[in-house]
Design a protein around this ligand. Structure first.
Ligand code: B12
Ligand code: SF4
Length: 560
């Protein structure tokens, strides 16, 4: 205590509000489209417990915002990779008399199929329980866009949605200061929870100053792929989409000076040049792209971005291509969803499929001619209007034209009932599928008599999640139902020609680059030239995380 007192007293004078710790992690789930595509033969009991190498986007953003409000916040990344002993040691060295709270930041629920994953969840829940017992004076507060990501843990508050404004009120409440905290008592998973609904009660969008400032005590490495926000929200409202902020009318993009400063600082201090863009749709606003391109052209380094782009907007607006290239955005994720015209029109992506296909190939050629281009094409199997034939034709289009790229096919997912309440923004399908007149609910007798041999065993776990979980709609419509969609999904995933020339998904470069196994240029290669991500890599990455933990545990408190 004597050793640390002077260091934190000085800091405490500046950070007058007090001190908090945010545990960040679970930035990806074990069952990503990429893992599905590549590890077709990994049996559940062979799976290793999954820890993402990505920094906690939300945790660091909340920490940055609170520091601006006078708080001293330390983020501990990759928290599921920390053992009980390591976490206890960390808390022992950090918790001080002005520590008020512990945050848990996650993007997805921890775990996945497989005994080791399940055991990991139990272990983490146990550790949180123990920390709560050891530090009863601290408030434990979870935060995520969708609180299903943190509900497994026994916490005092669950903050759902963009949380900057809400957390300030929660912390005033924790400190016993006057505040206007709106807490909703909700029963989730059999227990009453204190839920803060940011989207309605504390909307934190737009957020032009959404910069993240990392600190020395984050030990950021130059080969990391950090997350960056260029804007919050999307202009559109596709019927299946449950992103938090949709139908945006105004400019919700970042202030140019704040974005420029963030990019420069991360380069100058840590050497970082690669980012996942978290925007729901990067190209919904040409002015935003002009702004980012202008910033990128003037940076003292080559910026590389990866993110969601609407393919049909690219096709309709060739005048935006140069700005997109100049931004460093050569890794694109297209939510194609369907190449069936009726289905596309129904959900709000109605460009004529022939025009779309032709245009996408022109886009491909243009970017390839500039020198670098990688794309992940994502489709949904089962939008009303889609048939088995049209779904397979979409797969063939991808197979024939996108060798060396990546893809994601997923059966249509509609959240039903209770689950909806914890969704920050249920999709139109989630809200209205029963009344829409388009869908019907499959009856139990049909579901009880499915012939599971029609699906390869390796996909049973995934299929059971859709077919047997409560809270997921068992939908059917005139042209398909959820079981048929699952069969098509299995058929597509087992097409050997499709995986012949597959490459890293554009949102997963960190799995290959962080830690030094590959370089960014290798992301232009396919899995005939580089190794697919496997359990071996997870072990390699845990060593990288061990190094981070070592520094964090041994940190001198002056070193911030
Ligand atoms: C980019 C993105 C992706 C990318 C990259 C993800 C990554 N690992 O970086 C990719 C394409 C890989 C992806 C995939 C999927 N995604 Co996604 N994705 C997003 C998206 C658009 C942005 C995430 C982001 O980085 N935001 C920027 C950071 C700064 O925001 P944030 O982390 O949310 O933090 C804020 C709040 O959450 C909160 N907060 C966070 N931590 C804390 C802590 C405290 C203490 C407090 C108080 C507050 C707080 O405040 C923060 C600041 O405002 C969100 C939707 C959205 N607009 O947020 C969906 C979202 C995270 N994805 C979602 C889903 C469902 C998926 C998929 C399962 C889709 C699918 N069916 O395949 C897959 C799963 C991938 C996998 N298996 O790993 C859901 C998560 C729901 C859930 N809990 O499970 C979201 C919320 C969209 C939605 N509404 O449905 N996704
Ligand atoms: S699917 Fe994409 S374009 Fe459509 S509303 Fe969602 S984020 Fe916007």
């Amino acid at each position: 205590m004597e050793r640390t007192y002077n260091a934190w007293t000085t800091r405490r004078d500046i950070m007058k509000e007090g001190h908090g710790i945010i545990l960040g992690g679970v930035l990806e789930r074990e069952d990503t489209s990429e893992s599905r595509n590549q590890n077709l033969n990994t049996k559940d009991d062979e799976k290793v417990a999954w820890v993402s190498l990505k920094r906690s986007a939300g945790g660091h953003r909340i920490a940055t915002y609170l520091r601006e409000q006078g708080w001293d916040i330390e983020v501990l990344d990759f928290w599921p990779a920390w053992t009980r002993e390591e976490l206890l040691q960390f808390f022992k060295s950090r918790v001080r008399e002005d520590t008020y709270w512990v945050g848990i930041s996650a993007m997805f629920p921890l775990g996945g199929s497989g005994a080791k994953n399940q055991a990991k969840v139990q272990e983490m829940v146990g550790i949180i329980r123990e920390l709560k017992e050891l530090y009863p004076q601290l408030a434990f507060i979870g935060g995520a866009q969708n609180i299903s990501a943190v509900l497994a843990y026994p916490l005092d508050y669950y903050v759902g949605g963009f949380g900057e404004y809400a957390i300030v009120e929660v912390l005033k409440h924790v400190k016993g200061e006057p505040c206007e905290l709106k807490v909703h008592k909700r029963i989730y998973w059999g227990a009453e929870r204190n839920v803060i609904e940011c989207r309605h009660d504390y909307p934190a969008f737009p957020m032009p100053e959404a910069a993240v400032k990392y600190e020395e005590r984050d030990y950021i490495q130059p080969d990391e792929v950090l997350t960056i926000e260029l804007a919050r929200g999307c202009k559109f409202k596709c019927k299946f989409c449950s992103f938090t902020v949709l139908g945006v009318k105004d400019d919700y993009s970042r202030c140019a000076a704040s974005l420029d400063a963030e990019l420069r600082e991360n380069y100058e201090k840590w050497g970082v040049t690669m980012y996942t863009v978290s925007d729901e749709t990067i190209n919904d606003n040409p002015e935003k792209m002009k702004k980012v391109a202008e910033i990128s052209r003037n940076l003292p380094f080559e910026l590389n971005l990866m993110g969601f782009i609407r393919g049909d907007l690219l096709v309709a607006h060739p005048e935006t291509w140069q700005d997109i290239w100049d931004m460093g955005l050569w890794s694109h994720f297209y939510g194609i969803e369907t190449l069936n015209h009726e289905a596309g029109k129904f959900v709000g992506k109605g460009m004529n499929p022939e025009r779309l296909k032709d245009g996408l190939l022109k886009v491909k050629k243009w970017f390839e001619d500039q020198g670098r281009y990688r794309v992940t094409l994502s489709t949904i199997i089962g939008i009303p209007g889609e048939t088995r034939e049209t779904a397979l034709a979409t797969k063939d289009f991808i197979k024939e034209n996108y060798a060396g790229h990546s893809y994601s096919f997923a059966p249509l997912y509609i959240a039903d009932g209770d689950m909806m309440h914890m969704m920050t923004n249920p999709s139109e399908f989630d809200r209205t599928w029963r009344e829409s007149g388009k869908f019907h609910e499959l009856d139990q007798e049909y579901l009880d008599n499915l012939d599971w041999s029609e699906i390869p065993e390796i996909n049973h776990e995934f299929a059971k999640f859709y077919i047997q979980s409560p809270g997921i709609a068992k939908w059917g419509h005139d042209t398909m139902n959820i079981w048929e969609a699952m069969k098509i999904f299995s058929e597509i995933n087992h097409d050997p020609d499709l995986t012949k020339s597959l490459a890293p998904g554009i949102f997963y470069y960190h799995r290959y680059i962080t830690g030094g196994k590959y370089q960014l240029d290798d992301m232009m290669k396919d899995f005939n030239e580089i190794e697919t991500f496997s359990a071996k890599d997870v072990l390699f990455q845990s060593k990288w995380i061990d190094e981070y933990k070592r520094k964090k545990i041994n940190a001198n408190l002056d070193n911030r």
